[in-house]
Design a protein around this ligand. Structure first.
Ligand SMILES: *Cc1c(COP(=O)(O)O)cnc(C)c1O
Length: 379
């Protein structure tokens, strides 16, 4: 048996929509499927404006442009994340200040944020790791007090909630990913959500190379012209076409993925009780969205040995997020503060296979092999 880490689900509906988009005669951006995707996201999650992008990375870069980051501005970014969260601001010549994670959740620790704020701090990025919400009330309170813009890196967080509010709808901006490792996918793809009315216009302009093309197409201006800086953040309508059928099947996809998540969670309960592993902590303000399943072991040696043990049994498990402040690019730029919780998650996390067609019996097989690894082992 071989169980890969990820297996994106390609469906006939996706192929048919691609053909339909191509036959319509235009695959340029902001076409029929792009508009259908936009209205689906806005209706379902209550974003003031949603704009499909070619990646979450691009959505983050748009957020950095909209936040009007200037050289020398400071932005607080969690260190336990994908480099795109930091790159978006570095590309604007900001100074990135890395924040540590909480001790029990691999999300930014709200209690450590205020100490990192200076008069130059302009924005705060948060990542809802594995779709589990950051403590957004505390984060928004801090942001309000210091007049910071909040960017929710919601790459993992589609259809997850904080006290009932959709993630990506609480900060000024949200950035989602439709990379093929995420809940819904278009190969590469992403979405920017804009939650503050004052940015909606400019977001559309930056999305379309600094032009007012979107307003022109709505008949709101009589000339299509260059009005601001921008880039080509909008994807081909082919990307939107491939994604759209997944939006129509969204509830089924999500039910399946949440079932997989709870399958792992329930079956690993006894190993946690015996003290061998820790399962994800879900605060009562947060929800599970079936983005990924991770567990924590006690150290790097055990992590590597367990991944190896699973590999010998045909199971591909992975780990990730080398602490960004220690990476070759950033280590000379970091201020030297230790970030012990990030280090601990980076050392001890294991991500288990997760994809829509993962069978209940395969989850059982995987958790049995994990138990087998720990059998008879001393703590
Ligand atoms: C996947 C991911 C991204 C980047 O998504 P892309 O769509 O590949 O650009 C950004 N942040 C986090 C936390 C991610 O997991």
């Amino acid at each position: 048996m071989h169980i890969p880490f990820n297996k994106p689900e390609y469906s006939w509906k996706g192929y048919l929509a691609l053909i339909d988009a191509a036959r319509s005669g235009t695959l340029a951006g902001n076409g029929k499927y792009t508009k259908m995707c936009h209205s689906w996201f806005e209706t379902r999650f209550g974003f003031k404006k949603s704009l499909l992008t070619t990646s979450c990375t691009d959505a983050l870069e748009m957020a950095a442009l909209l936040t009007d980051i200037q050289p020398g501005d400071e932005v607080i970014v969690p260190s336990f994340t994908f480099m795109s969260t930091a790159n978006a601001f570095l590309l604007r010549h900001a100074k990135v200040v890395f924040a540590d994670a909480s001790a029990d959740i691999p999300n930014i620790d709200p209690s450590g944020i205020e100490a990192l704020i200076t008069p130059r701090t302009k924005a705060l990025a948060v990542v809802h790791y594995s779709g589990i919400a950051c403590d957004m009330d505390r984060i928004m309170q801090i942001a309000q007090k210091y007049h910071l813009k909040v960017i929710e890196d919601s790459a993992h967080a589609i259809d997850s909630y904080y006290k009932g509010k959709p993630l990506g709808s609480i900060g000024h901006f949200g950035a989602f990913s439709f990379h093929e490792t995420k809940n819904i996918f278009s190969g590469e793809g992403g979405l920017l959500s804009v939650n503050d009315e004052q940015y909606v216009r400019r977001a559309e302009i930056i999305w379309e190379k600094g032009t007012n093309r979107a307003a022109f197409h709505r008949g709101e201006v009589d000339k299509y012209t260059w009005v601001d800086i921008g880039s080509s953040f909008l994807p081909s309508d082919a990307i939107a076409a491939f994604l759209y059928p997944q939006l129509q099947s969204f509830v089924q996809i999500q039910n399946r993925r949440k079932k997989i998540w709870w399958g792992y969670y329930n079956q690993l309960k006894s190993l946690e009780e015996k003290g061998y592993v820790k399962r994800p902590v879900i605060p009562d303000y947060a929800t599970v969205n079936g983005n990924m399943f991770y567990l924590l072991v006690s150290d790097t040696a055990m992590r590597d040995a367990l991944i190896d043990h699973l590999k010998k049994n045909g199971i591909q498990a992975v780990f990730h997020y080398f602490p960004l402040q220690s990476s070759p690019y950033f280590r000379d730029k970091h201020d030297g503060r230790p970030l012990p919780n990030t280090q601990n998650f980076s050392d001890c996390i294991i991500r288990l296979p997760f994809y829509n067609s993962l069978k209940t019996r395969q989850i059982r097989f995987i958790t049995d092999k994990i138990s087998g690894y720990f059998q008879g082992r001393k703590l």
